[in-house]
Design a protein around this ligand. Structure first.
Ligand code: ADE
Ligand code: ZN
Length: 350
């Protein structure tokens, strides 16, 4: 008996996967941007999608956020949010993603005069239709923009009250500098009391990141941390993350824009220390890499084994905000896939 030679790219691409860190507005492809701009009579600075992509020049979080917020001005009507969501879920299903937890940034739209109802209704309808048509399941996480006030975050939580069954949790994203988790303690406590799950971004190499990670763990008591790679620099933080079996949603291609590496060494250290590290795409239309590409590039840079890949995919299902019975069904799907693909094959001389 011998094992079949393995094409790592197909192994990754065909595996059933979960994505836990993807910003809906970060999935806005230039072609859809142009179509919506034409429909809604919104002038764009560029003549073609290619020119728009050529202007994607990110080297840190603020330079990315500037382009990200400018991009979403084309989203006006319920159908626009529907189309954005349905297109992303179609792409995700084509990558064999079977489950998604999807961030959205309502304040980036209500501040432009788009109603909360318009945003969430468009997204929710697309989630239902994508599940029916493509079999991909998704849940929604409402993010607060951390450079805006805690009062604005609280107002948006109140706006969300009629739609609570459509949300699985709340998150915190955008510009981290001088906007620590503690600023939002009250709104996150209220969200917890409403039975929502909690997560917060601690982007790679941000100022005060270790203080922010500590606040996430001790003060806010989050259920997950988005990014959180710098926790490796503090053994006490890492131990807490490990003991609490907390998931970290790492985004390799996104990290490359900030630290010029896919953080594969850090991912390996996390695996070695039994941290529940997961791999995600963050803002795939802007970073030009969806989930499979993130895994494939990470595997190449860090020479991860098939077992490492399986572990990272399993981690995502383990820390997903689902019932244990649902998690176990997904884990069974992954192990069945791995068993089937990695099974030894008899050779002619066996
Ligand atoms: N909003 C969208 N993408 C983000 C990221 N990578 N970090 C912080 N906020 C974001
Ligand atoms: Zn993010």
């Amino acid at each position: 008996m011998q094992t079949q030679p393995l094409d790592m790219q197909s192994f990754i691409s065909n595996m059933p996967k979960a994505e836990l860190h993807v910003h809906l507005e970060g999935t806005l492809e230039p072609e859809l941007s142009f179509a919506l701009a034409a429909k809604n009579n919104i002038p764009l600075e560029f003549d073609t999608p290619e020119q728009l992509i050529a202007a994607y020049d990110f080297h840190d979080l603020p330079s990315f956020l500037k382009i990200y917020y400018a991009g979403m001005n084309v989203l006006i009507n319920q159908e626009d949010f529907y189309q954005l969501t349905f297109d992303y879920l179609t792409k995700a299903a084509s990558e064999n993603i079977v489950y998604v937890e999807l961030f959205f940034d309502p304040q980036a739209h209500t501040s432009r005069g788009v109603s909360f109802e318009t945003i969430i209704t468009g997204i929710h309808k697309a989630q239902l239709d994508a599940e029916d048509a493509l079999g991909i399941r998704s849940q929604l996480i409402m993010c607060f923009l951390r450079e805006l006030s805690a009062e604005s975050a609280m107002e948006h939580l109140k706006l969300a009250m009629p739609y609570l069954p459509w949300l699985v949790g709340v998150g915190l994203d955008s510009n981290e500098k001088d906007n620590p988790p503690a600023k939002f303690a009250e709104v996150f406590a209220k969200a917890r009391a409403l039975d929502l799950k909690l997560t917060m971004h601690c982007d790679v190499n941000q100022l005060d990141t270790l203080t922010n990670i500590k606040q996430c763990l001790d003060d806010i008591q989050v259920d997950r941390i988005d990014h959180g790679v710098n926790a490796l620099q503090d053994p006490a933080l890492l131990k807490k993350i490990q003991q609490q079996q907390m998931g970290l949603t790492v985004c390799p291609v996104s990290n490359r824009f900030v630290v010029q590496s896919l953080t594969s060494k850090e991912v390996r250290q996390m695996l070695e220390q039994n941290i529940l590290v997961t791999i995600n795409s963050d803002d795939p239309a802007y970073f030009r890499a969806y989930l499979n590409e993130n895994f494939i590039e990470l595997q190449r840079e860090g020479q991860f084994s098939t077992q490492d890949i399986v572990t990272m995919v399993e981690n995502a299902f383990k820390v997903a905000w689902l019932k244990d019975s649902e998690i176990n069904q997904y884990l069974a799907q992954v192990s069945q896939y791995a068993r089937h693909v990695l099974k030894p094959s008899p050779t002619a001389h066996a």
